[in-house]
Design a protein around this ligand. Structure first.
Ligand SMILES: C=C(OP(=O)(O)O)C(=O)O
Ligand SMILES: [Mg+2]
Length: 425
């Protein structure tokens, strides 16, 4: 085969989008990309506790930011304008393709096409490139130096906007650490999840094991310490020590901030009082990570807590929204020491990778994350290995849309064989 004919095998022949359902039962975008040599498919997740500064999806929601546009408008934008522009491009030119879509959209928040239209194409292009090259996605995205499996931070107990109970804090997570392999860590996490279910059922009755959006239990409790006590008991019941399985929280604090104060555990706290509250919790419980401890513009409070609890992983989610401009401000102010990386907050793979690079260059950890509404798409597992993330957050080790990611990491571990390493936090 001539060189030109070989190259032609990587040209995008066809892009097709459709509407499918996500795990909340709402419509979302799925995109297929075809080349002569391969095929890629991807679908787009969606948040419930979304940051104000996220790129804008077209999501059939009653929200003025969506301009009355829905998923079918995003689908149409892919099938007409975007498909028309990208057909014939080399599918391996991820950065060029992402840059072209950003330029054609022409807005900071991707409202012309919809961030969900652009992201669906960006992700499907990467999958099609990997398939055309006959490579696993993690290796295509990360190269030969991608060999580290991230620590799963598993959301096993839900509150906030993700559950119907009275807990202000949105997510209580566990990190299985006392082991050398990812597969063993996954087993430790699922054993702890099961043991926690038993603890909650014994204490609060059978309905306490009903679950929230991400598969974590949603018991009828409203005090942060009750959730943490249950986690500690679950870890013990599963036969692990507090250094083998540790605890993290995503406060998602914008959701309980009223513009002046934080309404949590039946009381009202200032940013300074909430800082003391977290520091006490860190002293009392085996907490290694806190995400969004304050509202999304509270850079100063983030910096204070990071300074006081410098050994704790302080993660910016709504604070940074996977956006290099906001991350740069955080780095400058020493607000947080980790980036939560959600590809749909920014809308292209290339921009998400830029945020990860900036974080690593500045000594920040990176936590790759799902959204509360997911699909069976497992790409974030490959992304986490490709960039060498420290942690991956993708819900409870239960429910198909969450286990899709944890199970993909098992396949990657198997594919790496002896080269696989489990991140030691
Ligand atoms: C996953 C999260 O929730 P959502 O997708 O609802 O923003 C989060 O806040 O980290
Ligand atoms: Mg969060």
């Amino acid at each position: 085969m001539s060189y030109r004919a070989e190259e032609a095998g990587y040209r995008i022949e066809k892009i097709h989008a459709r509407e499918i359902l996500d795990s909340r039962g709402n419509p979302t975008v799925e995109v297929d990309v075809f080349t002569p040599k391969g095929f890629g498919r991807a679908s787009v997740p969606s948040g419930a506790s979304t940051g104000t500064n996220e790129a804008i999806e077209m999501r059939d929601k009653e929200d003025e930011r969506y301009n009355g546009k829905g998923v079918l408008d995003a689908v149409d934008n892919v099938n007409t304008t975007i498909a028309g522009e990208l057909t014939g491009y080399d599918v391996r030119s991820q950065r060029e393709i992402d840059g072209l879509m950003i330029a054609l959209d022409g807005t900071d928040n991707k409202i012309t096409f919809g961030a969900n239209a652009i992201l669906g194409v960006s992700m499907a292009v990467a999958n099609a490139a990997a398939d055309s090259l006959n490579m696993p996605l993690y290796r295509y995205l990360g190269g030969s130096n991608s060999f580290a499996l991230p620590v799963p931070t598993m959301n096993v107990l839900n509150g906030g906007k993700h559950a119907g109970n009275g807990l202000a804090i949105q997510e209580f997570m566990i990190q299985p650490k006392g082991t050398d392999t990812y597969s063993n860590a996954l087993q430790m996490g699922s054993e702890t999840y099961s043991a926690l279910g038993k603890v909650l059922e014994d204490k609060y009755g059978a309905s306490a094991t009903n679950v929230g959006y991400e598969g974590g239990y949603a018991p009828p409790i409203d005090q942060t310490v009750d959730a943490l006590d249950a986690l500690v008991s679950g870890i013990e019941e599963a036969g692990y020590t507090e250094s083998e399985v540790t605890i993290g929280m995503d406060a998602a604090a914008s959701e309980f901030f009223d513009g002046d104060n934080y309404n949590i555990d039946g009381t009202t706290m200032t940013g300074a009082e909430l800082t003391d509250f977290y520091v006490d919790l860190i002293d009392t419980y085996p907490i290694v990570m806190i995400e969004d401890p304050f509202h999304e513009e509270a850079f100063e409070d983030f910096a204070n807590l990071t300074n006081e609890a410098w050994e704790t992983i302080i993660v910016g989610d709504d604070l940074f929204v996977t956006n290099v401009a906001r991350l740069a401000k955080g780095i400058e102010m020493e607000a947080a020491n980790a980036l939560l990386l959600k590809v749909n907050q920014i809308g292209t793979l290339s921009e998400a990778f830029d945020a990860a690079s900036m974080a690593f260059r500045s000594g920040y950890n990176v936590v790759v994350s799902h959204r509360s509404a997911e699909t069976e798409d497992a790409m974030i597992a490959d992304i986490s290995v490709a960039i060498g993330a420290d942690l991956i957050k993708t819900g409870a080790p239960a429910r198909g849309e969450r286990t899709a990611k944890y199970n993909q990491l098992l396949r990657i571990e198997e594919n790496l064989g002896d080269a696989a390493r489990y991140v030691q936090l």
